[in-house]
Design a protein around this ligand. Sequence first.
Ligand SMILES: O=C(O)c1ccc[n+]([C@@H]2O[C@H](COP(=O)([O-])O)[C@@H](O)[C@H]2O)c1
Ligand SMILES: Cc1cc2nc[nH]c2cc1C
Length: 337
Amino acid sequence: MTSSFSDLSAFRALLADLPGQDKLASANAAARDGQLTKPPGSLGRLEELAIWYRGWRGGDRAEIVAPQIIVFAGNHGIAARGVSAFPVEVTAQMVMNFQLGGAAINQIARCMGATLDVVPLELDRPTRDFTTGPAMEEPDLVAALRAGWEAVSSESDLLVVGEMGIGNTTSAAALACALLGGAPSDWTGRGTGVDDAGLALKANVVEAGVARHGGAGDGLEMLRRLGGRELAGMAGAIARARSLRIPVILDGFICCAAALCLERTESGALDHAVAGHRSAENGHARLLQALGKTPLLALDLRLGEASGAAMAIALLQGALACHVGMATFAEAGVSDA
Ligand SMILES: O=C(O)c1ccc[n+]([C@@H]2O[C@H](COP(=O)([O-])O)[C@@H](O)[C@H]2O)c1
Ligand SMILES: Cc1cc2nc[nH]c2cc1C
């Protein structure tokens, strides 16, 4: 269950054999929730979150004391087409900034008491421009999935994944369009801030990519053809978390596009994941709807680097603190309804 994989068929086999919820833990959590000193349902989604978390962790594990954030970085051949407001060098420069503690995610991680790992994936070797061929060959995809799989600590009790990669909103839009249908413009947004001409160019690039690769295979095959290393890293980490029964908070548009590739390969592969936030990027709300996930936060963030998901760590911690720490009606001598 926890061993790694050396080819794509072995990864597919792992996806087909992911563990489900601990039904007893979930039932015990629901029973406890019903006895706590509050009108039934009055903690709203916090109640669902606590029950969901306990179901995935299993046993009586009900605390978040070791949250792990992983930011994967990759470069995209498609960036040379002028689809981003920033130059490709920024990916490596931001990796350095993460390592020196100067990015937004460093500050949020510290506030949340989370560890932060930064995983640059062959930044000097961008993926291929997907309008001219598949973004990755199979060994590249497998290596990036493995990097994600191996980055997850078995000691973690919550995983947040995010990314950094100039050009990756174009890749994410192409994946969403290829896997979910609709018009390229439904999925194309301004990313780091392209103008109207840039937005039109992006939609054309997405259209060309989908025309070339759409319908050629399942979610993993689309990830290979239209994705990128940091998207594959996130997908590998999300799958590994499931194998370790570690619940996951998904970040913005790119993270959710990577997650979609898993879901479209193996239905239910994201049942251990919640959506941390709804990004301002065009297409994210639609993508969340397709995944059946209601975001915990909607703060108009469009930064990526796991920032929105990391902000949502506090919500899960709060939900579990109530679930564990509150007195029952019987303990507190409060009259039940
Ligand atoms: O998370 C999001 O929804 C999100 C939305 C817009 C931009 N980003 C970040 O911006 C970068 C991609 O934007 P772009 O314009 O280069 O495609 C990449 O590093 C992402 O982390 C992230
Ligand atoms: C500066 C900058 C920081 C980022 N963090 C995540 N994506 C980013 C994109 C840019 C351009």
